[in-house]
Design a protein around this ligand. Structure first.
Ligand SMILES: *Cc1c(COP(=O)(O)O)cnc(C)c1O
Length: 402
């Protein structure tokens, strides 16, 4: 077999995670490994353990695992719950469904509220289910903040409010794997008990780190939870972390990268990072609408700032379009997962991303639609360009005025 020929220029990795890693982070990671029980590591450990709290907007401990996001999902469940516990989950899409499957495998009794995969979590349905549970046998509510399979974001503060209004003590567990570092998120203020995060999406790092941000209530639950846990146990982690260390070998080079990612978010300013993602999402939607295609997310209030899922016209296969675009323009787009396979493609616009990266991305999609013979109207990339130019003009006018 001959190797694939060299492709000049940068590959466009426009799946909604993993995302392209910025040079600064690649350079930060490209350093010699150090003794993870020595003083140099200790300073690094203290710095990232403190810094990562601001990413989650929390004052409480954040546990860092050398694992993908799936590991941190498991950690959230096994540290807080016991065999047979009832757990309320909402099937917003593929990822929510996988978390539910994991809960079943771990011996929990999850109940799945279904959706049409085009809407986010309906807090009122959660509130009603909890109000019915007079004996308080439901121990946790699990929701996905940004459902990466559909491009739909859920209102976490509303879920907290519904739990409180039902006067129910259930814990609130939230998956923010694809929104962390790209979409505003407030662990403490929103009253989340465990937030699950990952490194390879909005945080701009390679795959390999994941997180549990905790609340005092989650920590208290971990003292009585009886699901087996060893590698995932918060207890040893938090004890070691107090001095900047880890109970087992941490992913040292990834922590160099995390330190750099936090510095970059701070330099750009979190509010600027969040509004940049909103701007690119809006520009993308304008392109999709100009093409005459439909966005999967049915509620504009729940449009994802980090990805846009686009529905294919009937009779046209999204995976064929993705293949055409990969071959012709060296760009990877996200596929439709499980029941959406072939029916949608997903444009990731998150992480280390700017206006011109978006224009390259949308131009590739528009050329691909033509090449693959997918019925559409021209002018999507133009519509996005007009919007971005307008935003840039507003920004420079504001700079002049200041
Ligand atoms: C990517 C993703 C996961 C899975 O994370 P891995 O790092 O692949 O284990 C879970 N939930 C959401 C919302 C995701 O986007």
């Amino acid at each position: 077999m001959s190797p694939l020929p060299y492709k000049s220029g940068r590959h466009f990795l426009q799946i909604p995670g993993p995302t392209a890693v910025p040079e600064r982070i690649l350079r930060a990671i490209d350093q010699q490994v150090i003794d993870h029980r020595g003083p140099t590591f200790q300073a690094l450990g203290k710095k990232v353990l403190a810094g990562v709290k601001e990413v989650f907007q929390t004052q409480h401990p954040v546990v860092i695992y050398p694992a993908s996001g799936t590991g941190a999902w498991e950690a959230a469940l096994v540290n807080t719950l016991s065999a047979g516990d009832r757990v309320l989950m909402v099937e917003t899409g593929h990822f929510a469904f996988l978390w539910h499957k994991m809960a079943t495998k771990l011996g929990l009794k999850p109940e799945l509220i279904s959706t049409d995969w085009r809407h986010g979590v309906d807090a009122a349905v959660i509130g009603a289910a909890l109000a019915d549970d007079k004996a308080h046998t439901i121990k946790a509510v699990c929701v996905v903040h940004n459902e990466t399979s559909t491009g739909v974001t859920s209102n976490i503060a509303a879920v907290r409010k519904a739990i409180d209004q039902a006067g129910h003590p259930a814990l609130l567990l939230v998956d923010t794997i694809s929104s962390l570092g790209s979409v505003e998120y407030r662990h403490d203020e929103w009253g989340v008990d465990v937030t699950v995060g990952g490194s390879q999406k909005g945080l701009m790092l390679p795959p390999g780190l994941s997180f549990n941000a905790l609340s005092p209530k989650a920590l208290a639950a971990s003292k009585t939870s009886t699901l087996p846990k060893s590698f995932w146990s918060w207890e040893e982690m938090i004890e070691s972390n107090k001095t900047g260390f880890f109970p087992y070998t941490p992913a040292t080079t990834m922590l160099y990268g995390l330190r750099e990612a936090i510095a970059m978010l701070r330099e750009e300013g979190y509010d600027n990072v969040f509004s940049r993602h909103q701007r690119h999402a809006e520009a993308t939607r304008r392109a999709v609408k100009a093409w005459g295609l439909e966005i999967l997310c049915a509620n504009p209030a729940e449009y994802s700032p980090v990805l846009t899922a686009v529905m294919m016209p009937a009779g046209h296969d999204a995976d064929r379009l993705r293949e055409v675009i990969l071959n012709a323009f060296d760009m990877s787009l996200g596929m439709g997962l499980s029941k959406l396979k072939g029916k949608i493609f997903r444009i990731g616009h998150l992480g280390d991303f700017n206006d011109l990266t978006l224009m390259g991305t949308l131009s590739g999609v528009e050329m691909g639609l033509e090449l693959a013979g997918v019925p559409h109207q021209k002018g999507g990339a133009d519509a996005a360009m007009q919007y971005l130019a307008q935003c840039a003009a507003q920004k420079s006018a504001a700079r002049m005025a200041a």
